[in-house]
Design a protein around this ligand. Structure first.
Ligand code: DC
Length: 224
């Protein structure tokens, strides 16, 4: 297997910002597994399927082609060849992704795709089950945590920058709801791998988060 850095943690804990930048600095591939669940959820909603109907959803899992492509240094999410990157970053899709991710067949299919990427390239992969299920033998594992207040603030600022205004209290509730679902599901729940390094990002800057991961990666690569 190629060199893999796994970053797991709850919603808006800093995984994406860190993983993207670490991938750039180490010149390795960035794998956003949440984007794959989001793209699948987008397919379900845009085809007016009943998200609660697991059988119907199981029936389309194999039909949906999800690819992540690097276009001029930006990761684009392709759903059946259509670029849906800008349409999957909102709270409706966040909740829907969390729901479809409880279905074992959906997970099985997406985990297979994720492992295929790991077969091809060294990578930084982020998600909920990377260190526990997708790449249990990853070279380096991190679990990011962060207070829910800070996570709501961060997500709120991201939405504002994109011109989306959303009530911060509502956002906080949605984050808590999603965390609970992701932690309590039976199949590959969000949890810290025993050999992961726990990082509380509540009081860390982006630069500090990135630096911690880079320093650990350098140590690991040097065999220390
Ligand atoms: O990381 P994110 O917010 O983009 O993920 C969206 C949802 O997808 C998340 O609430 C649960 C699901 N997910 C998962 O179950 N396993 C992963 N490895 C990544 C995401």
């Amino acid at each position: 297997m190629n060199f893999v850095i796994a970053i797991d943690g709850p919603a808006a804990s800093g995984k994406t910002t860190t993983a993207k930048e670490v991938a750039k600095k180490l010149n390795i591939t960035y794998l956003d597994t949440g984007a794959m669940y989001r793209a699948f959820a987008y397919y379900v909603l845009s085809n007016s399927m009943d998200i609660e109907d697991e059988d119907v959803i199981n029936g389309v899992v194999e039909k949906v082609k999800i690819e992540l492509e690097n276009v001029d240094g930006q990761i684009r999410v392709l759903l059946n060849k259509e670029d849906v990157s800008d349409r999957i970053r909102n709270e409706m899709i966040s909740q829907a992704a969390s729901k479809v991710s409880t279905y074992p067949k959906v997970r099985e299919h997406l985990v297979k795709l994720q492992r295929e990427v790991g077969e091809k390239y060294p990578l930084v992969a982020e998600g909920r089950d990377i260190g526990t299920v997708v790449f249990p033998k990853a070279d380096l594992k991190f679990f990011f945590d962060c207070s829910v207040e800070e996570r709501a603030k961060r997500r709120y600022r991201e939405y504002l920058e994109k011109g989306m205004d959303i009530d911060i209290e509502k956002l906080k509730k949605e984050i808590i709801e999603r965390d609970n679902r992701d932690r309590r599901r039976e199949n590959a729940p969000l949890r810290m791998a025993e050999d992961a390094i726990l990082i509380d990002t509540t009081n860390l800057s982006k630069e500090e988060q990135i630096d911690i991961v880079i320093q650990e990666a350098k140590k690991r690569k040097a065999g220390l």
